[in-house]
Design a protein around this ligand. Structure first.
Ligand code: PMV
Length: 336
């Protein structure tokens, strides 16, 4: 039996991806730039089952059924559509484990689909280079295209005029990085409360109804170019300023959707204030937020403990949970 195991890490966007121009091909409206982290990884093993056997999917020891299973089966079907018939007829056993602190609300579709892409392509004998794996991972979850690579990564929007060429040219790639750009990230875990709307649905609603969306698209391409340049030049201050501005603009465009999409919680705003206070004290720290209330703070590696400690103190004297992360590696696969 052929079995391939793959490990991929979460990534946090510094220039955000928010909105698709093609939902079926998962083509983004803009390019985005991210940092892959050493924390929060997914390990997935795909084993080929006999001809005609139904796919079996297990996540963190629980057998998946219904919609979550269907998402994985659809992705396996995409892989099977690209392999010879004698392999395409075989089902798969998928066993996946997330190394994410429990209850942190950080389970990442990025690490999950990057690991699944690597393991499924390997098990079905689909010979893909890194670029091909990034394009494949993109079809599971857009941000997964970036987790194929470690460190600073850029996911290109690709050719905007034609979907076929767009599909071929929308992949992630590692960014040339100044050797002295030594960054880290503090992740402030806040109570998620009732689960807000998922990113797929929220993006579609933003694209369809937010009057700010065209401005977001136009500006994000400029931010991606500026962030790419700042990473090459090793300018953490410029990179941090772009990252915080991109996150605020992303949340502004979704707040302008109808009905408004809001992930910012009162506690998120308190953390944004604490990050601004750190900067006022001369510490380089910049916040970013995704489709949830948690706040991720970019800083120099040498400031990580200090930043983490400052953000752990809530105004009411309570302690917030802060996870400390550093840049991490790209996708690795191993044939078992
Ligand atoms: O790849 P998705 O569908 O999980 O979307 C991710 C969207 C954000 O995390 C909010 C931003 C990003 O670029 O990762």
């Amino acid at each position: 039996m052929t079995a391939v195991s793959a490990v991929a890490h979460a990534n946090i966007a510094l220039v955000k991806y928010w909105g698709k121009r093609d939902g079926a091909l998962m083509l983004p409206a803009t390019s985005s730039v991210s940092l892959t982290l050493d924390a929060f990884r997914t390990t997935t093993t795909v084993t080929l089952l006999p001809e005609g056997a139904p796919d079996e999917v297990e996540l963190d020891g629980v057998r998946l059924e219904g919609a979550p299973r269907t998402k994985v089966v659809r992705f396996l079907d995409l892989v099977r559509s690209q392999v010879p018939p004698e392999l395409a007829g075989r089902g798969a056993g998928v066993v996946s484990r997330n190394d994410v602190p429990t209850g942190a609300g950080l389970a990442s579709s990025a690490s999950a689909f990057a690991a699944l892409a690597g393991a499924a392509a390997g098990a079905y004998g689909l010979d893909l280079d890194r670029r091909g794996l990034s394009r494949l991972a993109r079809r599971g979850s857009g941000s997964a295209s970036r987790s194929v690579f470690g460190g600073f990564v850029r996911w290109n929007a690709g050719d905007l005029d034609d979907p076929v060429r767009g599909d071929e040219t929308s992949y992630a790639e590692p960014l040339p990085t100044a050797p002295d750009l030594d960054v880290a990230m503090a992740v402030v875990v806040l109570d998620a409360g009732p689960k807000a709307i998922g990113s797929r649905e929220a993006m579609a609603s933003t694209v369809a109804t937010s009057p700010y969306f065209p401005a977001w698209v136009e500006h994000t391409e400029l931010d991606a170019a500026a962030a790419t340049a700042a990473i090459a030049a090793g300018d953490l201050t410029v990179l941090g300023e772009i990252a915080e501005a991109s996150a605020m603009r992303m949340h502004a465009t979704m707040l302008a959707a109808y009905p408004a999409v809001r992930y910012l919680a009162p506690a998120s705003l308190e953390v944004l204030d604490a990050v601004a206070a750190l900067r006022a004290d001369g510490v380089g720290a910049w916040a970013t937020m995704d489709a949830g209330p948690n706040v991720k703070v970019l800083c120099a590696a040498r400031d990580l403990e200090l930043v983490g400690e400052a953000l752990a103190l809530a105004p009411d004297g309570a302690r917030r949970r802060v996870l400390l992360a550093r840049p991490g590696p790209g996708l690795r696969t191993e044939t078992l």
